[in-house]
Design a protein around this ligand. Structure first.
Ligand code: ZN
Length: 329
């Protein structure tokens, strides 16, 4: 894949230790404030800023290309696009984040360049979100069995939109059952937590097929959080995965070089972003943080080409095929 090779060559400079030339070069690898952030959340899922507020925030930073990628939802896209009109220098890419699962391994996929009116898209996303609400309700019920009484209405109020575990965690902290939301995840809501209720999710391979069938590029988010990564990445590459997050400052920058090598070796487009939710945690990475390194603009071009190819290859049977394999794991 020629496009990927070009990007990788161009990318050597931002990662090279020879570019230690700015006050922002804190860890000896970053060089300049990021201009691209391909992973941002809004109130359309579990982010705390409305799409308008998010666009207003990023417009004040060094960022020139941003993507909103809400969980299982494109409901923030229209508002974000309207808000972005006020900032002609800012390119907004509509996207989505899809939770997938294979056994005990979870993998988050990002789809970029979504056309929200693609037939079949909204119905499937609505189905996923319904599963999410059911699981959240089930979690609150299980907490109740454990002697933790959280008001479901209060959880919905905190969520102010798409409900999920972070909102339950905050309700628990608010009611004094845990020190803070992180504590709630550690003890009750995390993957091995006692109140965890799983929701139906597609497998990673189904997820990639689905995104492609909807005319989006498909990339793997924060690979360092995926259990059994070599195996998962192996079959996702076979499935046609387009890229992988290399620039994921929220998850640590130490092994950026290693992640880039993985991308290069597999012919994947190196992407990434802050995964910003505006949760207000002290250590939260804010979009455009000059101490972080973002993907190069070449990655955006390659991603756009990939999405264009998938759009061009869409057939009417794609939707049925992609959804047919979606299990209830
Ligand atoms: Zn995310």
């Amino acid at each position: 894949m020629a496009a990927t090779t070009t990007i990788v060559m161009n990318m050597e400079s931002p990662l090279s230790p020879s570019h230690q030339d700015g006050p922002q070069d804190r860890d000896g690898t970053g060089v300049r404030p990021p201009v691209v952030d391909l992973h941002l959340h809004t109130t359309a899922s579990d982010g705390q800023l409305t799409p308008t507020e998010l666009i207003e925030l990023v417009a004040k930073t060094s960022l020139r290309t941003v993507a909103i990628t809400d969980h299982d939802s494109t409901e923030g896209v229209v508002e974000a696009q309207a808000a972005a009109v006020a900032y002609p220098d800012l390119v907004l890419i509509p996207g989505i984040e899809l939770g997938t699962e294979d056994g005990d391994s979870e993998a988050h996929l990002l789809g970029h360049f979504v056309d929200i009116e693609t037939p079949g898209l909204q119905a499937y996303l609505a189905e996923l979100r319904e599963g999410r609400v059911k699981a959240a309700r089930g979690t609150v019920e299980r907490l109740h069995e454990l002697g933790i009484d959280i008001d479901w209405e209060r959880v919905l109020e905190i969520a102010n939109g798409a409900v999920g575990r972070p909102h339950i965690a905050r309700a628990m902290a608010e009611a004094g059952y845990v020190k803070n939301p992180q504590d709630a995840f550690q003890r009750y809501l995390g993957s091995s937590g006692s109140a965890r209720v799983k929701r139906p999710k597609p497998t990673p391979a189904d997820g990639v097929r689905f995104l492609h069938s909807m005319g989006m590029s498909a990339t793997l988010a924060h690979p360092q959080t995926v259990k059994g990564l070599p195996r998962v990445l192996g079959f996702l590459v076979d499935e046609g995965l387009d890229g992988v997050e290399v620039f994921a400052p929220k998850y640590g920058t130490n092994d950026r070089e290693r992640r880039l090598e993985v991308a290069v070796r597999n012919g994947l487009i190196p992407v990434g972003g802050s995964d910003y939710h505006a949760w207000g945690a002290a250590n939260e990475i804010v979009p455009g943080d000059p101490n972080t390194v973002g993907p190069p603009p070449e990655s955006v071009d390659a991603l756009r080409s990939a999405a264009d190819r998938w759009k061009a290859s869409r057939t009417p049977t794609d939707v049925a095929t992609a959804r047919g394999g979606s299990g209830t794991g």
